[in-house]
Write a protein that binds this ligand. Sequence first.
Ligand code: FMN
Length: 371
Amino acid sequence: MQAHTHPWARLGLGERPIFLAPLAGVSDHPFRRLCALHGATLTYVEMLSATALLFESPRTYGMMDRHASERILGVQLTGKSADETARAVAILDALSFETIDLNMGCPVAKVVKSGCGSAILRDPKRVYETVKLATEATGKPLSVKIRLGWDRQSYSYLEVADAAAQAGAAWLTIHGRLRCDDYSVPVDLERIAEIKRKLTIPVVGNGNIFSRADAVYMQERTGVDAVMVSRGALGNPWIFRDIAGGDASVTIGEWRDAVLAHLKWQAEAYGLTSGFAAVCMRKHLLWYVKGWPGAKKLREQLSHIESLEDAGALIDAFAAGITASGETLRLPVTQEQQEGRFVWDPKYEMDRKLDRGVGDELMSPPESASI
Ligand SMILES: Cc1cc2nc3c(=O)[nH]c(=O)nc-3n(C[C@H](O)[C@H](O)[C@H](O)COP(=O)(O)O)c2cc1C
């Protein structure tokens, strides 16, 4: 009987799945393919707004594009109410996704202002109703991603996690920070462990996973069933190979091939000559060269690229220069991330607004729409 089958076995995820988080403005199919190629077992479309889905926003439908080579794909949703969320889940149920996640942790102001994301954490009853109606609206495994609570006066993780599990969530992902926390706040492993001890459904740990050592540490300290990687995959799709126990070091040849593959897939997805494709690619390119010694000029050039072809030529020439110098390099960004110095650069917010971030218009119906 399906209800007794482990949800990850049902999805064919294997013993120790490694998740790539839904990442707004980032986890489109070119990036997901690269992560899957290097060992991510489950990847996600970036967070969608239930409101936008119900109003058939073309941009939202565009965000759901899937590449034919993607074997297992999840989609993530956030909604203003239990009813709205369930109606949007019913739409997703009919589309080609293997699993659906409900976002109850997004801290972005415009998202919480409309009652979505981590706003839901303040109301465990609403969590229960939302998950209950949503699971009734789909035959696919439905999971929930939460934070620990709203602020230090309102840690709601135990009530919220319990409500989600009681209502039928297939698993729970916990980002071990509060809504009010920024990335400088350490991930609270003790509280993640507490959730894991209380729940019988699988628990996925999230927050500050930048290397295999981080993943092992989180698993040992908390007992979580799997980890979800977020910032750790930016510019470093090899992190999945590393976490799975493979080679953590990346040669210049591997680096070059991966960046060029990303550019090729970006061109296939959005068009080789599309300025949009190039603008969306800038942040990835800057992540790929973050930390490279002698790459100051390259970084400057990549931050302004107008075409994918120009970007490819710059990457190629840079890699050729390093190879000619006889250096066999280990990807410096990995070292930097292992030391935990990787921070989200607010200047990328600009790119997110330009490209595929969750915009205000997606959180509320178009003015002309009637309900
Ligand atoms: C660029 C970016 C976009 C994100 N978009 C989403 C999203 O769409 N859905 C989601 O659940 N979390 C999103 N997050 C949050 C991450 O999934 C994750 O919970 C958080 O970054 C903590 O993990 P980390 O410390 O490993 O980065 C995003 C984070 C970043 C940096």
